[in-house]
Design a binder for this molecule. Structure first.
Ligand code: FES
Length: 521
């Protein structure tokens, strides 16, 4: 088996799952060379194979390796290619799902446990930064939540009281760090922020130094569980392991979690201001979808990072989302330049809490962590703690609350699996005449569209140089029709968030297979 690890360097430009760049890609401190000892990968049975080299995978891997468990991480692209490379890394124990909602759905005890889980995730990040001396701009910040209407004030009061009952440190404040109108505000103390890729690569470095192995450009394609061992077919060979963790943002294959987690895209701007009035704290309004703010020095310059305009993946207009966000930002801030524009994906769980634990319907000793809402760095870190406890056979007070097994089988799921396993709408890739297709589509350069051609749908992309790439628009996960994302130049699936590049290659799971290429004459 060959691995494909990046070379050692201090900074690097790292690709991610879209054409737009986050600032982290251009400014990550990469601590050391990864990979190594590739000759051992196929010859031994590993204790744990972790699919996915983002915050969840690397946090889990490092905790297990520290405990003497032999781990291998398989990442389909490279570390941080997915959402960890596009997050805004707000580490906020206040969470996207308000404590008032958590309390009413999971009880007072549940809300307290969630508050304690959030603190544990934050403290683990602080501990790693200190233990491994990680240069990732880690800073404690306060987090401000503010209401701008009477209705929001009533909501804010409920959140404030429920947060206090849950033991989360919160207080009322009279000011906010933004030039925005507001009526009431509350402050959560000891929130934090980091440079996510610098942190991630330092975790990888620590993991490898302790004997862990990272396989990049290694996609998990299939698994067979036999005689207590996972035989995992990857794009680079078979890896065997006692336990398997899907830290892939959402598990691959057909799983009930795909009906319980909805994919969303969020939009972000990296803005230089014409004043030095950058927010000193993390801040959030209460609109739907909400805006989120913080500042960060990137390559030596201060930036306001403002996000929002979220919509379901494959359902909204990415250009309109960026435009709305820009109009909003220019209205409230003195913008000197907008240097970064990017979007990222997250999964919203049906009941507001992440799913962390045994994979529902999965083989024995198979684990998953997903549904982090907009709290990916925090909950990905907490997931590492919980998954490590479960794998090490340690009791955890969080096991039941976050268990994916809390999902009850639902009417119709068997049909979902059956229908989608058959993929009723199969695509037959007959040859297609390029001239006819081009005439039909009339695409501007560097755009794509799904078009009807002889009563079948085809996903067509025309490159900036005028070359046409025709693909089956049938998502290889469960047969939905992809849509064109003109901002990130990708094909996005509106059903469970699968995404593909302009050549049809998988960018984001759950699909494992690329879109079929339609041969052109
Ligand atoms: Fe499930 Fe496309 S991601 S059908």
């Amino acid at each position: 088996m060959k691995t494909n690890s990046a070379d050692a360097s201090t900074t690097s430009f790292l690709a991610r799952d879209g054409i737009l760049s986050s600032p982290w890609q251009t400014s990550a401190v990469i601590q050391a060379q990864r990979g190594g000892r590739e000759d051992r990968v196929e010859t031994k049975v590993w204790d744990v194979l972790i699919a996915g080299g983002g915050i969840t995978g690397l946090t889990t891997a490092l905790l297990l390796q520290e405990a003497g468990i032999a781990c291998v991480v398989a990442e389909a692209h490279h570390l941080g290619f997915g959402t960890t490379g596009g997050t805004t890394s707000h580490i906020n124990t206040m969470l996207d799902t308000p404590y008032s909602t958590i309390e009413s759905d999971f009880g007072a005890e549940g809300a307290e446990l969630v508050g304690s889980a959030a603190r544990a995730g934050r403290d683990l990040i602080a501990r790693n930064v200190s233990t491994y001396q990680i240069a990732c701009d880690f800073e404690y910040k306060d987090g401000i939540l503010f209401a701008q209407t009477e209705e929001e004030v009533a909501q804010l009061d409920k959140i404030y009281e429920a947060s206090q009952r849950a033991g989360v440190a919160v207080e009322r404040v009279a000011t906010i760090p933004l030039p925005l109108p507001f009526m009431q505000a509350i402050k959560y103390t000891e929130q934090a922020q980091i440079h996510p890729l610098s942190y991630l690569y330092a975790l990888a470095d620590a993991f490898v130094k302790q004997g862990g192995v990272i396989l990049e450009k290694t996609r998990v394609e299939d698994t067979v569980h036999k005689d207590g061992i996972h035989h995992v077919q990857t794009s680079a060979g078979v890896v065997r392991a006692q336990q398997l963790v899907y830290a892939t943002h959402i598990p691959p294959g057909l799983n009930i979690l795909h009906l319980r987690c909805a994919p969303y895209r969020s939009y972000v701007l990296g803005v230089q201001l014409s004043s030095s009035n950058y927010p000193s704290e993390l801040a959030y309004d209460m609109q739907q979808p909400y805006h989120y703010f913080r500042s960060h020095h990137i390559n030596g310059k201060p930036y306001l990072i403002v996000g929002g305009a979220d919509h379901k993946t494959g359902h909204g207009d990415p250009h309109a989302a960026f435009q709305d966000l820009e109009v909003y930002t220019r209205k409230h801030f003195h913008v000197s330049s907008i240097d970064y524009r990017w979007s990222a994906q997250y999964f919203e769980p049906a009941d507001g809490l992440p799913y962390i634990g045994k994979l529902p319907g999965g083989d024995e000793n198979t684990y998953v962590a997903t549904g982090f809402s907009g709290n990916g760095i925090l909950m990905g870190s907490f997931s590492g703690l919980l998954l490590a406890d479960l794998i090490l056979g340690r009791e955890s007070p969080y096991e039941k609350l976050f268990s994916p097994q809390r999902i009850k089988p639902i009417a119709g799921f068997a049909n979902f699996v059956k229908e989608n396993a058959d993929v009723a709408y199969r695509f037959v890739a007959d040859r297609v005449a390029t001239e006819r297709l081009e005439a039909l589509v009339e695409l501007a350069p560097d755009t794509g569209a799904v078009v009807n051609y002889d009563s079948k749908q085809i996903a067509v992309y025309k490159s900036a140089a005028g070359a046409v790439i025709a693909l089956s628009p049938v998502c290889t996960h469960a047969g939905c029709i992809v849509t064109w994302n003109d901002a990130e130049k990708s094909w996005d699936c509106p059903c469970h968030g699968g995404r593909y590049d302009t050549n049809g290659r998988v960018l984001t799971g759950p699909p494992r297979k690329d879109l079929a290429i339609v041969p052109l004459t």
